[in-house]
Design a protein around this ligand. Structure first.
Ligand code: HEC
Length: 466
């Protein structure tokens, strides 16, 4: 018979192993190579006693605390057992439904290898679910669960990766009342650029409490023409509620030109939307763009240009969603040159609940599913950045097929009024149908080179597994 202590130690040991797998320290392939039965181990973790100090605390510290701590955007703190315990049933529900962490991107459909993906692994979800089913025990009181290092919540999101932004461009401040109708602020500010530069990363950040009331804040690059008129050049960046930021892949240039003027278009919803809405007046609301730039001269090195642009899915005026009904939009885009699709961010408002992106290849008649978001919510806008090794490469003429779905029934938790007709428009209660795509524009030579590089990588990794 196994003694209770030995049994306990063995479980602790298995939990340790299990954490290693789920956090990828050893890597699944390495474990499999070492003869571990990976799936059997994950299963055993869900079956036997799971504790906060053993496995759960680590998952929460690494995936939740960044928002659920003092000054974070989450409505409660989850930094230790005493804080987590009272929320256990709600945590179980939100985690099992894949609503927390907030990153609604479907598993098992299309490209899964994304930069800045917040989703938990299935075995992490199983562990949390099993823990709550077992009464959410603390486990060994002597164990202290490690807390990963984190930026201050008011910091820029990319500080640990790239340091402080090279430049910050603030909007003009505006006071937002505690309630009332949608507000917009459109104005120009200088960028301060004295030479042409390539953008490495960008984040838009409403200061302080403004997070809950700034629905979107778009910025474009404008240049003054010799005759004194202002001419729009390109999109600088897009921000919508809940967005983390954008990273431009290495080797391409998203240009911010010398003497650029930034044109802001900020849409605010007084009182706020979502569970963290403060419902209070916000004085001096300022939205800032943090920009991380490549060194001067990068433009000559970077062979291809990348841009972010809005791709309309159907004409805005065609949107008409009946009361207690559903709707769907579909749109097509193609390019007369080869491109690489770097990121995908669908956009809609409170009735929109799903989005997808496919590519149709006319030469073969094949349609490829790239991304699907079945539980989309307007409170979380994500720019889904495809890992460089898997970002779709489109030959000239391939067709992007964009679809979005709308639910105007009472089943949609974001729906403020299912008895209203919803038309296309800019107000939060209206609907929109477009997607933001970051695209690297290639030529035939660049396209063939990337295709060949990928093939070579694939062959090498296949050979490596032999
Ligand atoms: C990017 C920030 C962020 C991350 C990461 C995050 N949360 Fe949240 N969480 C929020 C915000 C904001 C809300 C309130 C709005 C909402 O419900 O969407 C919330 C709401 C919740 C709620 C519901 C509270 C209520 O009163 O209904 C639970 C439970 C929760 N989070 C648990 C978790 C757990 C567990 C994790 C990690 C596995 C996690 N969250 C990760 C930001 C975050």
């Amino acid at each position: 018979m196994i003694s209770p202590i030995r049994d306990f130690l063995q479980k602790q040991y298995q939990e340790e192993k299990f954490m290693s797998i789920s956090k990828g320290w050893l890597g699944l392939a390495a474990l499999a190579a070492a003869g571990f039965q990976v799936s059997a181990l994950a299963q055993s973790a869900a079956d036997h006693d799971v504790t906060y100090n053993g496995a759960v605390g680590k998952i929460i510290n690494e995936n939740c605390v960044v928002c659920h701590r003092e000054g974070g955007i989450g409505p409660m703190q989850l930094t230790n057992y005493d804080q987590v315990r009272p929320w256990a049933p709600l945590i179980q529900m939100r985690v099992a439904n894949r609503e927390m962490p907030p990153y609604a991107y479907d598993h098992g459909i299309g490209i899964q290898d994304l930069e800045g993906d917040w989703r938990l692994e299935q075995d992490e979800i199983d562990t949390i679910v099993a823990w709550v089913n077992q009464g959410s025990p603390m486990g060994d009181a002597d164990v202290v669960v490690a807390m990963p290092e984190m930026n201050d919540p008011s910091e820029w999101n990319f500080v640990s990766q790239f340091g402080q932004p090279d430049t910050i461009i603030p909007s003009i401040s505006i006071d937002i009342p505690a309630n009332g109708n949608d507000l917009w602020s459109n104005h120009y500010v200088p960028s301060g650029m004295t030479t042409d530069r390539c953008i490495k990363a960008v984040q838009v950040k409403p200061r302080g409490d403004a997070k809950a009331v700034v629905h979107h804040a778009n910025s474009s690059v404008v240049l003054e023409q010799p005759d004194g008129t202002l001419e729009r050049q390109s999109m600088l960046t897009e921000y919508a509620m809940g967005k983390w930021g954008e990273i431009v892949p290495e080797g391409v240039c998203r240009t911010l030109p010398k003497d650029a003027i930034v044109s802001w278009s900020i849409h605010m919803f007084p009182g706020g939307v979502g569970a963290t809405a403060p419902g209070t007046m916000i004085k001096d609301n300022v939205v800032e763009i943090g920009l991380w730039l490549h060194p001067e001269g990068y433009e000559e090195q970077a062979q291809y240009k990348q841009d972010l642009a809005l791709y309309q899915i159907s004409p805005q005026e065609d949107i008409a969603i009946p009361p207690n009904g559903y709707s769907m939009t579909q749109g097509f885009h193609s390019f007369d040159h080869p491109v690489r699709l770097d990121s995908f961010q669908p956009h809609g408002h409170l009735r929109m609940n799903a989005a997808s992106l496919e590519i149709f290849y006319p030469e073969t008649g094949r349609t490829e599913q790239v991304s699907q978001i079945s539980k989309w919510s307007a409170t979380w806008h994500h720019s889904h950045i495809y890992n460089e090794d898997v970002a779709p490469l489109l030959p000239a003429g391939a067709v992007l097929v964009l679809k979005q779905w709308y639910d105007n029934t009472a089943d949609n938790p974001n729906n403020p009024d299912p008895d209203m007709w919803v038309m296309g428009g800019s107000r939060t209660g209206d609907e929109m149908t477009h997607a933001w795509l970051a695209i690297t524009h290639l030529d035939d030579e660049g396209y063939e080179k990337l295709v060949a590089e990928r093939q070579e990588k694939q062959e090498r990794s296949l050979a490596g597994n032999d």
